[in-house]
Ligand binder design. Structure first.
Ligand code: GLU
Length: 450
């Protein structure tokens, strides 16, 4: 993207505003991470159209560390399903530090997949495939989210492998409670490798955007995991992604997020964008100081808080009237009398649960009285999801069971092919190619009755 668009400008502004923010230190308990440039500060955003925006050191490689956790949780959910994964790892915010030695009393399960204990188990759950060993699967999965092939930083891997006794202890403790699916040494080795996969802020923004887009990578246009899986992952990120700062983060920034000890941070605006920052100095909870400040400012200034929901869906019902109000209404009085009695409801856009409720409500209210025939015009509807379809069929079926004559304008057969008659679900209602024809048909039927 050119350096002069509005999004790049705001990322640059955030960078300028927070680049000198003091406080925090790069993690050095993994010695190699201590060598990171504390001044590096990159920001990136990827939109649902796959547009990529960045500022500062967004191309500088660093190791993904804990930002890998939601993606491997997604892989585990895809391969094994929620019930199986939940037997091994919970979904409760632990309120503990990322490397806390804490397991759920009673079950011995780690609290969630975003803290180390849960992530080690989640990684251990990924089985070898006949043609792809487990770690290759992990690497490949991260690459599909990022939209390019990724590789392991061997120096960081070795650095963590030689100093990571706490994680090793954690893995043995988990085995002692009976909830570790593979040998602890193997589990931790794979987990360290996963943490040492090299990415950039731009990669992370693409990965976050893929979560935002229901598992569809907007840059490569590949479906990486299902929308159902990403909804679970985002739920756990929202409640557990920022370690013991998760509640405060959801309160103030209001976006599912995940941070890592190398200084990476992602935030997801579901169906809107993926955001990532890279800045190594961390606060005591292990979260990037500048990354958090920048994301917080972005969220506040651009109204990104998930619960704010400023975008109430645009009007679904574009017209509720009677046919004599339409420009096509006849001028002869005796015809107008009939048209006065025909209700017309036109819908537009895509029909989901919320939109279907509006359409059905409008149908109920339409026409001069509860018996009058009604035309439902779906000409400007672009799509109907399965929930919307079920609701429309049930609602239309109910209207005709109540004795209302409903005519449908559905030129693209969004309600399903008209010749498939399914009992009681409004499928056998008269269909017309245009609103005028439907009104005419309804008026004629009225005249025939009269
Ligand atoms: N590899 C790091 C560890 O397990 C990841 C922790 C993190 O990024 O929060 O200690």
């Amino acid at each position: 993207m050119s350096a002069s668009d509005a999004v790049t400008d705001s990322l640059n502004r955030m960078r300028a505003e927070f680049r000198d923010l003091p406080g925090g230190r790069p993690a050095d308990y993994i010695p190699q991470l201590g060598l990171a440039d504390p001044d590096a500060f990159g920001l990136a955003l990827v939109s649902m159209d796959g547009h990529c925006y960045s500022a500062g050191e967004a191309d500088v490689p660093f190791t993904i560390q804990s930002v890998s956790k939601p993606f491997i949780y997604a892989l585990a959910l895809s391969l094994l399903g929620l019930d199986e994964v939940s037997r091994w790892v919970g979904a409760e915010p632990s309120g503990d530090a990322f490397n806390a030695i804490s397991l759920e009393p009673g079950t011995g399960r780690p609290a969630n997949a975003m803290v180390n204990a849960g992530a080690i188990v989640t990684t251990a759950l990924i089985p070898d495939a006949p043609d792809e060993p487990a770690f290759e699967r992990i690497l490949h999965c991260l690459g599909r989210f990022a939209g390019r092939e990724l590789e392991v930083d061997e120096e960081v891997f070795t650095s963590e492998a030689t100093t990571g006794d706490r994680n090793r202890a954690l893995a043995y403790l988990i085995r002692a409670t009976g909830t570790m699916p593979v040998d602890p040494v193997l589990a931790v080795d794979r987990y360290f490798r996963q943490c040492a996969v090299r990415v950039t802020a731009l990669d992370l923004a693409t990965m976050a955007a893929t979560l935002a887009y229901g598992g569809f990578n907007p840059v490569t246009r590949e479906q990486v995991v299902s929308a159902e899986v990403t909804s679970r992952v985002l739920a756990v990120m929202a409640t557990c992604g920022m370690y013991d700062g998760s509640g405060e983060w959801l309160l103030r920034i209001g976006l599912p997020a995940k941070s890592g000890v190398s200084g990476g941070l992602i935030a997801v605006g579901p169906a809107r964008f993926g955001l990532a920052t890279y800045s190594p100095p961390l606060d005591t909870a292990g979260n990037s100081v500048r990354g958090q400040a920048a994301l917080r400012a972005l969220s506040e200034r651009y109204g990104l808080h998930l619960m704010l929901n400023p975008a109430l869906p645009g009007s679904t019902v574009s017209l509720v009237t009677t046919a004599d109000d339409l420009p096509s209404a006849p001028s002869a009085d005796h015809e107008r009398v009939l048209h006065e009695q025909v209700g017309v409801v036109a819908a537009q856009g895509s029909i989901d649960f919320t939109a279907a409720e509006r359409v059905l409500y409008a149908l109920d209210e339409s026409g001069p009285d509860e018996e009058s025939p009604v035309v439902l015009d779906l000409h400007d509807v672009t799509s109907v999801d399965s929930v919307g379809l079920g609701m429309l069929h049930t609602g239309l079926g109910r209207l005709s069971a109540d004795g209302r004559r409903v005519a449908i304008v559905d030129p693209r057969d969004l309600l399903g092919p008209p010749d498939v008659v399914r009992e009681g679900i409004g499928q056998d209602l008269p269909r017309y190619a245009t609103r005028e024809a439907a009104v005419e048909g309804s008026a004629k039927a009225l005249a025939g009755e009269g």
